[in-house]
Design a binder for this molecule. Structure first.
Ligand code: DGP
Ligand code: NA
Ligand code: NA
Length: 210
């Protein structure tokens, strides 16, 4: 293929959306699809609850511990920082990462509590920038109707409405909305298209940035 570099890097693809928007099942479907196309791909998610920091976050989310809003914000961010080196080496070795939530969740959820949005963005600076943010767009009311929430700290309609408003302020050049109310197969199809475009651009040499 013309223009393809010798050592094509993987793409950093982030799925964002409200709780119950369908991110998690779409993310794993995308990884299988990419692998079926002969590409190296991995499913990642944040928070990564397996690390020490992740366990503190998990305990907070399940209401087993209380933490000040800024403290938990910085822990979510630290949880992304502790995976940064591995993330960079995976991408450089050619593996595409499909990441279920990233800094956008960090800023949207914490600023929805009333924290200053610029303060919320600060600790995210220097993390790797996604090549694509696919936002699974669903009205909060619709998401709440989808078989109920799991009972974690943020899974309440009034709070999710605030998060949706904050997400709207985070649209940037890498952001693409996908209507999450479409039939699931249609959502899958649209995601495959935008992800394959993104992967192709990265293989052609689009640089990785912060
Ligand atoms: P999940 O495992 O994807 O269901 O995420 C757990 C919850 O934590 C979900 O309500 C979204 C929220 N969340 C994810 N990342 C962050 C973050 O960086 N900061 C804050 N405040 N909340 C987050
Ligand atoms: Na959740
Ligand atoms: Na999820």
């Amino acid at each position: 293929e013309v223009g393809m570099s010798d050592n094509p890097r993987g793409a950093l693809v982030v799925l964002e959306g409200l709780d119950r928007s369908g991110k998690t099942s779409q993310a794993s479907g995308l990884v299988s699809y990419l692998e079926g196309q002969g590409l190296s791909a991995e499913l990642w998610r944040f928070p990564d609850r397996n690390t020490c920091v992740g366990q503190m976050i998990s305990s907070y989310l399940s209401n087993k511990s209380e933490l000040d809003d800024r403290t938990i914000h910085l822990l979510f961010s630290a949880n992304r920082w502790e995976k940064r080196t591995l993330m960079e080496s995976k991408l450089k070795s050619g593996t595409t990462l499909i990441v279920d939530r990233y800094s956008y969740s960090g800023v949207a959820f914490s600023s929805a509590k009333g924290l200053d949005i610029e303060w919320c963005k600060s600790p995210e600076k220097g993390l790797l920038a996604p090549d694509l943010v696919a936002y699974l767009d669903i009205p909060p009311q619709k998401a709440a109707e989808r078989g109920g929430y799991g009972g974690e700290r943020y899974e309440q309609l009034e709070f999710q409405k605030k998060v949706a408003k904050q997400y709207e302020m985070l649209h940037d050049l890498t952001w693409k909305n996908v209507d999450a109310c479409l039939p699931m197969e249609e959502v899958t199809k649209q995601l495959r298209e935008i992800v394959m475009d993104c992967v192709a651009n990265c293989r052609k040499g689009k640089p990785l940035s912060e």
